[in-house]
Design a protein around this ligand. Structure first.
Ligand SMILES: O=C(O)c1cc(C(=O)O)c2c(n1)C(=O)C(=O)c1cc(C(=O)O)[nH]c1-2
Length: 266
């Protein structure tokens, strides 16, 4: 058997791995989206192409609530670890975008408008009852990742938002074309995200490009973004398995549950 002594132990300096240039690293992050973002998931093709049954749309609304409701919590977890007031100041609008004020509400309330439009009782959706176990695990993994990992990795994991405006546009167009429930009010969540997301992306991307100044940090940031694409993909795999293929997990929303009382449509 041949054994190899690592070069470092022979006294030869290991060649330091060079950090990628800003442009190359940016391309690398974009390529992760091109390869792995959930716009390529068959559930999205089905949803945007008008092929989802009303109950499949409802299942998507019920399950995505888990993501919506945890986004401001993960941003609060992030901010709780930030010592630099400038970074906290730049980040806090994310929480405001989703929570809004008492009177006008924010993204969370807009999501519940969508829930009503598809015939679901907003209180039922907001209770989180009916979320599939796999969805819960995936989303909770994201919150924990942001709470526990280095700040650079936590910020890099938000960068799937670089790819979100395109899918939001496709969704608005596809839902308006194919489903009766779609209108300005029910889709206001996505319309508003189109205005909100660019500032978050600009800040997050510049932070990551500026702070990932070694190849190790670039690798960690790329891994964080890859992890996040998995978080998003896993949620749609769960929906497909449960509602398209009909393998409902225990506790998952069943058609007919949590519906608005007849005549109570928003
Ligand atoms: O509809 C989507 O496909 C989609 C994806 C993502 C994303 O890429 O994480 C977000 C959103 N929407 C979104 O609306 C949103 O507010 C949001 C916040 C974040 C984040 O990680 O901080 N991602 C996303």
């Amino acid at each position: 058997m041949t054994t190899h002594t690592p070069a470092s132990r022979l006294g030869q300096a290991e060649k330091p791995r060079q950090a990628q240039s800003r442009a190359d690293f940016h391309d690398r992050l974009r390529q992760i989206g091109a390869d792995r973002y959930h716009d390529k998931h068959p559930f999205h093709a089905r949803l945007h192409g008008g092929e989802c049954t009303p109950d499949e749309v409802r299942a998507w609304v019920v399950n995505r609530w888990q993501y919506q409701s945890r986004i401001p919590m993960k941003d609060a977890a992030f901010m709780s670890r930030v010592v630099d007031p400038d970074l906290r100041r730049a980040w806090r609008s994310r929480i405001e975008d989703h929570d809004g004020g008492v009177d006008e509400g924010g993204g969370i309330r807009r999501w519940l408008k969508l829930a009503e439009a598809v015939g679901l009782a907003p209180d039922y959706v907001a209770s989180g009852v009916g979320v599939m176990p796999a969805t819960r695990f995936a989303v909770d993994a994201y919150v924990r990742f942001v709470r526990d990992m280095p700040l650079l990795d936590a910020i890099a994991s938000s960068l799937t938002e670089m790819f979100a405006p395109k899918i939001h546009e496709q969704r608005i167009e596809g839902l308006l074309k194919h489903y009766d429930f779609a209108n300005e009010t029910s889709l206001s969540y996505f319309q508003t995200r189109l205005k909100e997301a660019p500032k978050d992306v600009e800040f997050g991307l510049n932070y990551v490009l500026d702070h990932a100044d070694t190849l190790e940090k670039q690798d960690a940031a790329a891994a964080a973004l890859t992890f996040k694409t998995d978080v998003l993909w896993a949620q749609l795999d769960a929906l497909w398995h449960g509602y398209v293929e009909g393998h409902l997990s225990p506790g998952a929303w069943r058609p007919g549950e949590g519906m608005l009382a007849a005549g109570a449509v928003a």
